[in-house]
Design a protein around this ligand. Structure first.
Ligand SMILES: Nc1ncnc2c1ncn2[C@@H]1O[C@H](COP(=O)(O)OP(=O)(O)O)[C@@H](O)[C@H]1O
Ligand SMILES: [Mg+2]
Length: 390
């Protein structure tokens, strides 16, 4: 079992997630503090404006220059000065659209400003008041949305990097699979051809016990089958039109001789013409899939039970479906999700590669699908394979 090793990445994933969340929250909170400070500052600026305005109006001296100075210094806060009947007297940092009526536009702006801030009252004397309306500068609005925009961009960046990383990893795994398979086929090839020659030599020798030659021949054929599998998975395998029923029957006959007599393997098909079970596949690789599934089934049944392989045409005769069912010990839903992961095994002497290989063969080489259709503890398991006919 991949115990410590498969919990560690989970821990790392959670740590990264929590860390990212923390960065997000901190930057939003910090920006909000900044925005609050800025708003406070803008309010003080407007307060000051109110004082200058009141001073300018009441002063006997000509102090309008103060007001002008002040207004010029404010580049960013939109303000409207209005009398106590809400008539706009002057404004700053507001862009009046060309086609708009200035007065109406300013009145509409005053309404918007009211929604944001209380106007500042300029008390000129007991019954002369003016009002200064203002709203947040564009800067504040931009700053408020900044962390969200920033976090979205960073988020997109990480998603893209993640996918690039994953596809690079997949490409590397592919290279390892293909390289190892090619190398294995290549290394087996040389002694194998020599063995074939030796068997032929012994066959011609009358003094040699021919029952041994027959057994030797069988082993050589077995080795040839293994070599064919590795060489096919290490290259772009040729797909040929084959009858799935024939392929499954042949591999089952082969397996039946090698497993416990207490395990029965049955093949079920629909009643109609078996010829229509033809599809395109690579025979050595497809046999490998069936063999792996049957061997797992045998393991799950500890040597006694029933395996059923049901073959059917589905999806308007465009796909062939195989259901491989055993009466074994079954597995938990959690395990059923993990069985196709490389290295996942619950066996003492398992490699956890049988189903990974089966998935590769079905999906990458036959454009099909394989999954655990159902599994119940102490009842059994069904794996389903779908392969398109074209
Ligand atoms: N038919 C089945 N019934 C119950 N468990 C299964 C079955 N097939 C596979 N498994 C589970 O999936 C695991 C992985 O299978 P596999 O990839 O073939 O590797 P291995 O056979 O080396 O363990 C097995 O160890 C087993 O726990
Ligand atoms: Mg296995």
């Amino acid at each position: 079992m991949m115990l410590s090793t498969d919990r560690q990445p989970l821990l790392i994933k959670w740590s990264i997630f929590i860390f990212a969340l923390l960065i997000g929250v901190v930057s939003i909170v910090y920006t909000n503090i900044l925005v609050d400070n800025l708003m406070e500052r803008e309010k003080r600026q407007i307060d000051l404006f109110a004082k200058v305005q009141s001073f300018t109006v009441t002063s006997n001296e000509n102090t309008t220059f103060l007001l002008t100075e002040f207004l010029q210094a404010n580049h960013s806060i939109p303000v409207i000065l209005a009398d106590d009947k809400n008539n706009p007297l002057s404004f700053k940092n507001i862009e009046i659209p060309k086609e708009a009526n200035e007065r109406e536009f300013l009145l509409a702006e005053i309404e918007k400003m009211k929604a944001q801030h209380q106007p500042i009252v300029v008390q000129i004397d007991a019954n002369w008041k003016q009002y200064i309306y203002y709203k947040n500068s564009v800067l504040i609005d931009q700053l408020r949305y900044f962390p969200y925009i920033q976090l979205t961009i960073i988020g997109i960046f990480f998603v893209v990097v993640y996918f690039i990383f994953m596809s690079a990893r997949k490409a590397e795994q592919n290279r390892v699979w293909i390289g190892l398979a090619k190398e294995t086929a290549h290394q087996l090839g040389t002694p194998l051809s020599s063995l074939i020659a030796w068997v032929e030599y012994l066959k011609a020798d009358d003094t040699f016990d021919q029952s041994i030659t027959t057994e030797l021949q069988k082993d050589v054929q077995r080795l040839e089958m293994i070599t064919a599998r590795f060489s096919n998975i290490g290259s772009v395998p040729a797909l040929k039109t084959e009858d799935v029923y024939d392929v499954v029957t042949a591999i089952v006959a082969y397996l039946q001789k090698r497993i416990s007599t207490k395990v029965k393997i049955d093949i079920l098909t629909e009643n109609d013409n078996q010829l229509s079970l033809e599809t395109i596949l690579n025979r050595p690789l497809f046999e490998w899939v069936i063999e792996n599934l049957c061997k797992n089934a045998v393991d799950a049944m500890s040597g006694t039970g029933q395996i059923t392989i049901a073959i059917a045409k589905v999806k308007n005769n465009t796909q062939i479906q195989l259901d491989i069912t055993d009466t074994g010990k079954g597995m938990t839903a959690k395990h059923a999700k993990q069985v196709f992961q490389a290295g996942f095994t619950t066996k003492k002497r398992g490699w956890g590669l049988g189903l990974t290989l089966a998935k590769r063969i079905v999906e990458n080489y036959h454009n099909g699908k394989i999954w655990v259709l159902k599994s119940e503890l102490n009842v059994g398991t069904t794996f389903r394979i779908l392969i398109p006919k074209k």
